[in-house]
Design a protein around this ligand. Structure first.
Ligand SMILES: CC(=O)SCCNC(=O)CCNC(=O)[C@H](O)C(C)(C)COP(=O)(O)OP(=O)(O)OC[C@H]1O[C@@H](n2cnc3c(N)ncnc32)[C@H](O)[C@@H]1OP(=O)(O)O
Ligand SMILES: O=CC(=O)O
Ligand SMILES: [Mg+2]
Length: 574
């Protein structure tokens, strides 16, 4: 027997075994903590009593502030739904106008020309650290399906990576993977504030996912990281999906508490915040200000940013998106966001990181591969010329080309913080940042959204959070665009104005498209894989979300219940 939610939803107490509290099949847990995920000896080395105590301390100290911050998000969304627009906050003008800078950049990460990203999967971690990129962002977020196995193995893998002992034996190829002498610097991206961790209960409630990711990683790695990788600084983090500086302030307090617990200097931990929600673009100074002792820049999380544009304007039929493929960095609102981010970061003395081009190598078609590479080069050239200090790559095969673009255009300097100030961007207005994207909507766009959204979700439900689809990298952020765009077009019954057909998007049309695209997916992946996969379940979830009367906040929040596996075996709803 274990502690857990009973059939009536009440919390059952944990069993005492030989004087120790055993919460969930064998873990030795502190008071009030219950582990409901599978037990493994390997995981028990991560889920130690002390590490769990640290996570529980974080949860207890910050849970009400997190709940409040999430309620503020809902309140802001209600204002946008009633016709309001996001904008700069007059109350924090003094922060934007003030002359202040963030703490100086740690020498270990002064040069971040190319950063590779990927899920916390063992082989990927080794490949990414060996890839020649300056930084590897190990992802618990957009690129990871947060199953218990993925999360806990991810923690094991990161610990081995930080200690330098990580290896992987690919049995099929009889190939052993180990770390090179020189490796990329490791950043870790925990989940966003909104995602719970349903396999760890604290005081009868699921823990906050990002506090679990951060807490366990920090607890086990701060010492080795600072010694072996950060030259006295670190660990380093990426922080996703924030909407307001009050959320950055919570992270700042989490960092201070962690530093105090570890007995390390304030300002040791450093983080780059992704500006990947529309409301956050109006809070960039404020976010940096809250994190000024712990900041190492901002990043243009362009894919979630596009998703957030649709979400923020879900009640504004005058701001509908064209086909997803047409919403690139050349759109006025996207260019304005990147330019203002560069100006803000450089004014405050930190890195302005570029975003992810979704292209990946196309192995079986050299011509298409060269065309994809050329798109990546063009995108990166725009970024480096605009003043970005580095950028993201989704695949090791892209690193040489991207590195060349950045190195050729930055000379020998590690970054452009002091050399490109972008004072011209001071003139960017609220209207520039929300300007309606230009382009057309097509039946192909609707079909592609549907096909990609379902296939991505099917992969996610089976534990894979980033996949190659039609020669592009797809992850939670890109799939979100497909979902909310379909929702928006259905909600407002838009006319597909780009293919001369003049068809109106309706429930009936969408139903037909789903049926036909499911048939196409089956043809493409083969009947056997289709049957074994989670395509039907994915289709159900995706279709429900696209047709829901009110927009779901996150695709993965609803889908999460399908990957929660409580021990002993059996799925459980939150
Ligand atoms: C919107 C955002 O948030 S972007 C950030 C989050 N998204 C991501 O991080 C996506 C990262 N990229 C990926 O996950 C992968 O590149 C995918 C899923 C798109 C494609 O992966 P694969 O299908 O494995 O590609 P492919 O077969 O070409 O891989 C070739 C090799 O490169 C490795 N590789 C591919 N991508 C990566 C990566 N990002 N990091 C490390 N290694 C990688 C593979 O492991 C494989 O290694 P091997 O030859 O030793 O077996
Ligand atoms: O996390 C990155 C994004 O583009 O979203
Ligand atoms: Mg993102």
């Amino acid at each position: 027997m274990m502690g857990g939610l009973g059939s009536n939803g009440s919390y059952a107490p944990m069993m005492m075994t030989a004087g120790r509290k055993m919460g969930g099949g064998g873990y030795d847990v502190p008071e009030g903590v219950d582990i409901r995920g599978r037990y493994s000896e390997e995981f028990a080395k991560i889920l130690t009593k002390d590490a769990l105590q640290f996570v529980a301390d974080l949860q207890r100290e910050f849970r009400s502030r997190i709940k409040y911050a999430l309620e503020c998000r809902r309140e802001a969304q209600r204002r946008y739904n009633a016709g309001g627009l996001p904008g700069f906050d007059p109350a924090t003008r003094y922060v934007r106008d003030g002359e202040w800078v963030c703490a100086s950049v740690p020498p270990a990460v002064a040069d971040r020309k190319v950063e590779i990203t990927g899920p916390v999967e063992r082989k990927m971690i080794i490949n990414a650290l060996n890839s020649g990129a300056k930084v590897f962002m190990a992802d618990f977020e957009d690129a990871l399906s947060p199953t218990w196995e993925n999360l806990m193995k991810g923690q094991v893998n990161l610990k081995d990576a930080v200690e330098g002992t990580i290896s992987f034996h690919d049995q099929a190829r009889n190939r052993v993977y180990r770390l090179n002498e020189r490796t990329a610097k490791l950043f870790v991206r925990p989940r966003g504030w909104h995602l719970p961790e349903a396999h760890i209960f604290i005081d009868g409630e699921p823990a906050t996912g990002c506090l679990v990711d951060f807490g366990l990683y920090f607890y086990h790695n701060y010492r080795a990281f600072r010694q072996n990788h950060g030259a006295g600084f670190g660990p380093f983090f990426y922080l996703p999906k924030m909407e307001h500086s009050r959320e950055a302030k919570i992270w700042n307090c989490v960092f201070e508490k962690a530093e105090k617990m570890a007995g390390i200097e304030r300002g040791s931990i450093r983080a780059t915040v992704l500006i990947e929600t529309l409301p956050a673009v109006f809070q960039m100074d404020e976010i940096l200000y809250e994190l000024r002792d712990h900041s190492v820049g901002l990043n243009c999380g362009r894919w979630d940013y596009i998703f957030s544009y649709v979400k923020t304007f879900q009640g504004h039929p005058d701001r509908l998106l064209p086909d997803r493929v047409q919403v690139g960095m050349a759109q006025h609102f996207m260019r304005s966001y990147s330019d203002l981010l560069i100006r803000t970061c450089h004014r405050r003395g930190v890195h302005a990181m570029g975003g992810m081009a979704a292209q990946i190598p196309i192995r079986d078609d050299p011509v298409a591969n060269e065309a994809a590479l050329e798109l990546v080069r063009k995108d990166k050239l725009r970024e480096v010329r605009a003043g970005h200090d580095g950028t993201w790559a989704a695949h090791p095969g892209l690193i040489p080309a991207i590195m060349e673009v950045f190195a050729n255009n930055m000379g020998n300097t590690p970054n452009q913080i002091q050399t490109i100030k972008r004072e011209d961007a001071v003139n960017i207005t609220e209207e520039d940042l929300i300007q309606k994207p230009r382009g057309v909507r097509t039946m192909d766009g609707l079909r592609l959204n549907t096909r990609v959204g379902i296939q991505y979700l099917a992969a996610w439900l089976t534990g894979t959070g980033s996949v190659p689809l039609y020669n592009l990298m797809e992850d939670a952020a890109t799939a979100e665009i497909s979902r909310v765009q379909n929702w928006q077009w259905l909600k407002y019954g838009v006319v597909l104005n780009g293919d001369g057909l003049g068809v109106k998007v309706s429930l009936e049309l969408f139903g037909r498209v789903v049926e036909e695209e499911m048939a196409r997916i089956e043809r493409e992946v083969g009947a056997e894989r289709f049957k074994r996969g989670m395509y039907k379940e994915a289709c159900k979830i995706f279709t429900r979300q696209c047709t829901a009367p009110t927009l779901d906040d996150f695709l993965t929040l609803d889908a999460y219940n399908n990957i929660v596996l409580h021990h002993p075996k059996g799925t459980s709803k939150l």
